[in-house]
Design a protein around this ligand. Structure first.
Ligand code: G3P
Ligand code: MG
Length: 250
């Protein structure tokens, strides 16, 4: 059965990339979480999807222009409809510390905006290793140069290529880059035999962001290795029943 990764935590149920969203993912039985990282003005790696705080907090501005202390003043629960609890931004170090005893897998997506964060790859690797999470972490990015940097710094690190176009024979490109996985926008898996050929070439397939029950069933039937979703409980149920339908027990 495909493993289920909660996208930005269980972001269908709690403000994205907050401790509440990660706790909800654990509670719902996800196998792991996907999260996004940026760098602050004072060189701290923090967990947030956008390069700016405007959409998800009560503040305004670019993360790279703000110190961690300034970011910690903001409420990242403020923009989630009906959410009463205050949510402060997590550093990657704080997230790793929370995760280590949970047994969850971690997919860290390295973000880049109009700025390439200096040495973010080595900082992230150092934080992950320091927290004892190296074996349970997968790195992904739309910036494939960043993933090459990760691999060059640590040949054991597992990396997945994020992309949203229907690349031609992506398993060949993944092998060329030296990636372990592809992380495609899931609709691109309509192209024939992508999962089969990736597997023949020892490349894992982790589509994002699959929320619709029919699309989840489609991904399970394709035999993808992990599914990135805002609704981990829904994905677990759909995949379990899809397997029952073909005579397997999840
Ligand atoms: O890592 C999968 C997915 O998170 C990529 O897109 O924009 O949600 O970070 P985005
Ligand atoms: Mg992401």
């Amino acid at each position: 059965m495909s493993l289920i990764l909660a996208h930005r935590g269980a972001s269908g149920y709690a403000p994205e990339n907050t401790l509440s969203a990660f706790e909800k993912a654990l509670e719902l039985g996800a196998h792991g979480i996907e999260t996004d990282v940026h760098m602050t003005k004072d060189g701290q790696v923090v967990v947030c999807h956008d390069g700016r705080v405007d959409r998800t907090s009560d503040g305004s501005g670019r993360i790279y222009d703000m110190t961690l202390a300034q970011l910690k003043e903001l409420d990242f629960g403020a923009r989630y409809p009906g959410w009463q609890k205050r949510e402060t931004i997590l550093t990657l170090a704080q997230l790793l510390q929370w995760m280590e005893p949970t047994g969850l897998e971690l997919n860290i997506e390295l973000k880049f905006e109009d700025v390439l964060y200096p040495q973010i790859e080595s900082k992230v690797l150092e934080l992950v290793a320091g927290a004892g999470m190296a074996q349970r972490t997968i790195y992904s990015s739309f910036n494939h140069y960043s993933l090459r940097a990760i691999k060059q710094a640590d040949a054991q690190a597992r990396v997945g290529l994020l992309y949203n176009a229907a690349l031609f024979e992506p398993w060949r490109y993944a092998a060329y880059v030296g990636a372990d996985y592809i992380h495609p926008y899931y609709v691109t898996l309509q192209a024939p035999d992508v999962v089969k050929n990736c597997h023949l070439n020892h490349i894992g397939v982790h589509p994002y962001t699959v929320n619709d029950p029919g699309h989840l069933a489609w991904m399970c039937a394709l035999g993808v290795d992990r599914i990135i979703t805002n609704y981990p409980d829904r994905a677990l149920a759909v995949c379990a029943s899809a397997l029952e339908g073909v005579g397997f027990k999840a």
